[in-house]
Design a protein around this ligand. Sequence first.
Ligand code: GUN
Length: 292
Amino acid sequence: MTLIDGKQTAADIKKEIAAEVAAMVARGERAPHLAAILVGHDGGSETYVANKVKACEMCGFTSTLLRFDEDITEEKLLAEIDRLNRDDSVDGFIVQLPLPRHIDEQKVTEAVDPAKDVDGFHPVNVGKLSIGLPCFKSATPSGIIDLLDRYGIQTRGKHAVVLGRSNIVGKPIASLLLQKAQPGNCTVTVCHSATPNIKEICLQADIIVAALGSPAFLTADMVKPGAVVIDVGTTRVPDASRKSGFRLCGDVDFDNVAPLCSYITPVPGGVGPMTICALMKNTLQARKQKNK
Ligand code: GUN
């Protein structure tokens, strides 16, 4: 069994990006610039955005964090997005989700210029991804594809089973694994809450992507020996022994499943660290597209 080290892979990718940015700057070009909008003080969102800003520093990017109070109106937020869309010094930006309930997230997502949508959430980018056109790929599916690629995992002709049908993970990773590409070229089955025989389907899988947000859902009796298992779960489970008061729990019963696998991602340290890398890659791509 090979443990897929997302932390190390993410560090390698950030170093590669930093080298590319250093070369750009040495040629007299402007460094990529990512802006992030954070509304309110949600603990998880604060941590995610702080990590994104830190990753920008590591990659040599400029970053701008725009903070707004919880009670910002939808109109004011949309005006801020419009301002960033038109600001030539900003290559890409994100609006950290979730937003307060009085703001329509879909409306906000669709207000972002697709050419600056480095989260890859705009329907234009989602649509391009599903038909295999170049686009900003959303972070988690992009991170999974990078891990499969960097570990040289052969996917062609394999049966990939995706557990979960979310718009930001399940659907796009199913699309990417289906594309005529490496990684890709899989036969893909997507299972969800209305799938009656998940265990039988998982037992036929060469690759399983568990992205349903249910701690330790995938157990050893559901996994074929030699399978590749990618765990996207990050449920916070209370843990008094930790300083934070919680630990992250994946969707895979790791201790019992790992011995069966050819490759498996741990939680934490697997897919998680790769997601911010995807955002950095998209921002670099946005910067380069500006030069064209
Ligand atoms: N909230 C949780 N994940 C994400 C993400 O990838 N992007 C944004 N904007 N918000 C999130």
